[in-house]
Design a binder for this molecule. Structure first.
Ligand code: SF4
Ligand code: SF4
Length: 343
C-alpha cells in the first residue's frame, strides 16, 4: 500500500482553457501558504510525508519557491501535476540539490501523442509547449510521468501515446477516463458507457505487450460492488484552493461547486478547523457513504452506473443531477436506472 498523501489545489487559476476542464474558471483563489504549512505539520503527526501540488496550474502559485523549499525542509516529498507550459522556467529551481531529492515526480498532462489530437482539447500550440516542458525536465534528470485522459477523440491513440511516453523516458503513463460533465457531454468528448471497459482492456493488453509502467487513475470501471480508491480508503486527502478539505478533486470540481447548495463532499474549512477535526468529519462522511452502498448491495440495488467508481460517488453525493438535462443519452439512462434501483 502506498503511503498517505495530501493533494493541495494551490490555485484555481490556469494558463490554459481545456475543453474538458472540471474547474470553475471564475475561481482564481490561491491557497494561503501558512494554511498549507499548518495542515502539513498536523498531518505529519500521523506519518503523512507526501504531497501533490495541483491546480489550476500549480506553477502559477505566487509563492511556489517558498512552498517547495519549506515542504522539502520539513521532510515531505512533493509531486507536481502540471500542464507543462511553464515547466522550462522552473526546472532549474527544481533541480537544485536541496530540492531535487524531495521531488517525487512531475506529472505532465497531455491529451494526445501529437498536436492534431492534443491541441483541439488543450489549446493551439499547447502540445509543443508541454513537450518542451517535458524535455526540459528530462535534460535535468527530473522524474516525470505523463497523464493521458481518454476521451471520444483520442481513445484510438493509446498505443501511440504509450510509445511516445516510452520514447521520452517517462517512468509512468497514467490513464484517466474523462468523467462526463455538462461541458464535455455537450462537446461530444465523453466516451459512452461500455466503451470504458473496451478501452481498459486494450490498455492492459498494451501494458503487457510493451512492458509499460501503465496505471489507471481512480475512477475507472470495476466489476466489484464495493471499490475503494485512495480517498475512500483515507490514504489520499484533498484540499481545494479555498482551503476546504474535500473528499477528492473529482467531486470538488463538478457541477454544484459554489451553487449555494450544501455540498456533501466539502468537509471542513481548514481556515477555521484543525486538520485533526476535519479528518474526523471526513471519516464520518466516508462511513455514511460506505453504509449507503452496503444497504444497496444488501437490497440488490447496485446499478450499472455504480460500477463506474467516480460516477458512483457523483450519484451518491448528489453531483449528477445535471444529467437530467441530457435525456436520451446513455449516461442519463444509467443515471435514471440507478435512481430507480435498477441495473
Ligand atoms: S491545464 Fe488542467 S486546470 Fe488548466 S484548463 Fe486544462 S484541465 Fe483545467
Ligand atoms: S469520486 Fe469517488 S472514486 Fe472517484 S476519486 Fe473521488 S472518492 Fe475516489
Amino acid at each position: 500500500m502506498s503511503p498517505a498523501k495530501i493533494n493541495f489545489e494551490l490555485t484555481g487559476a490556469c494558463n490554459l482553457s481545456c475543453a474538458h476542464c472540471l474547474r470553475d474558471r471564475t475561481l482564481k483563489n490561491e491557497l494561503p501558504l501558512p494554511l498549507i504549512q499548518k495542515a502539513l505539520k498536523q498531518a505529519r503527526a500521523y506519518g503523512i510525508n507526501r504531497v501533490s501540488f495541483t491546480g489550476g496550474e500549480p506553477l502559477l502559485y505566487s509563492r511556489f519557491q517558498e512552498l517547495a523549499e519549506s515542504t522539502v525542509s520539513s521532510g515531505v516529498q512533493f509531486a507536481l501535476v502540471t500542464n507543462g507550459i511553464l515547466l522550462p522556467r522552473f526546472t532549474r529551481l527544481l533541480s537544485r540539490p536541496e530540492l531535487k531529492p524531495g521531488l517525487d515526480r512531475i506529472c505532465v498532462s497531455l491529451e494526445g501523442p501529437d498536436p492534431e489530437t492534443n491541441d483541439p482539447v488543450r489549446g493551439k500550440g499547447s502540445f509543443k509547449k508541454a513537450l518542451q516542458g517535458i524535455l526540459s525536465a528530462r535534460s535535468r534528470e527530473l522524474p516525470f510521468a505523463i497523464k493521458f485522459t481518454i476521451n471520444s477523440r483520442n481513445y484510438q491513440k493509446i498505443e501511440e501515446m504509450a510509445l511516445l511516453a516510452g520514447k521520452l523516458g517517462a517512468f509512468e503513463l497514467q490513464l484517466a477516463q474523462l468523467y462526463p460533465t455538462p461541458q464535455n457531454l455537450s462537446a461530444g468528448l465523453a466516451l459512452p458507457p461500455g466503451q470504458w471497459e473496451l478501452v481498459q482492456a486494450e490498455s492492459l493488453r498494451l501494458r503487457d505487450l510493451l512492458k509499460l509502467n501503465l496505471i489507471f487513475s481512480a475512477g475507472c470501471y470495476v466489476d466489484e460492488n464495493f471499490p475503494i480508491c485512495g480517498h475512500l480508503g483515507m490514504t489520499e486527502y484533498y484540499v481545494d484552493s479555498r482551503g476546504w478539505l474535500c473528499l477528492c478533486c473529482m467531486l470538488a470540481g463538478v457541477a454544484g461547486r459554489d451553487s449555494g447548495k450544501r455540498e456533501k463532499d466539502r468537509i471542513a474549512d481548514l481556515r477555521q478547523t484543525s486538520f485533526f477535526d476535519a479528518h474526523r468529519k471526513l471519516m464520518d462522511r466516508i462511513i455514511w457513504f460506505h453504509k449507503k452502498r452496503l444497504e444497496r448491495i444488501e437490497r440488490g440495488e447496485v446499478s450499472e452506473l455504480e460500477h463506474y467508481q467516480c460516477l458512483s460517488c457523483g450519484f451518491h453525493f448528489g453531483k449528477l443531477d445535471w444529467l437530467k438535462d441530457f435525456p436520451g443519452t446513455a449516461w442519463e439512462d444509467l443515471f435514471q436506472k440507478a435512481r430507480g434501483g435498477r441495473r
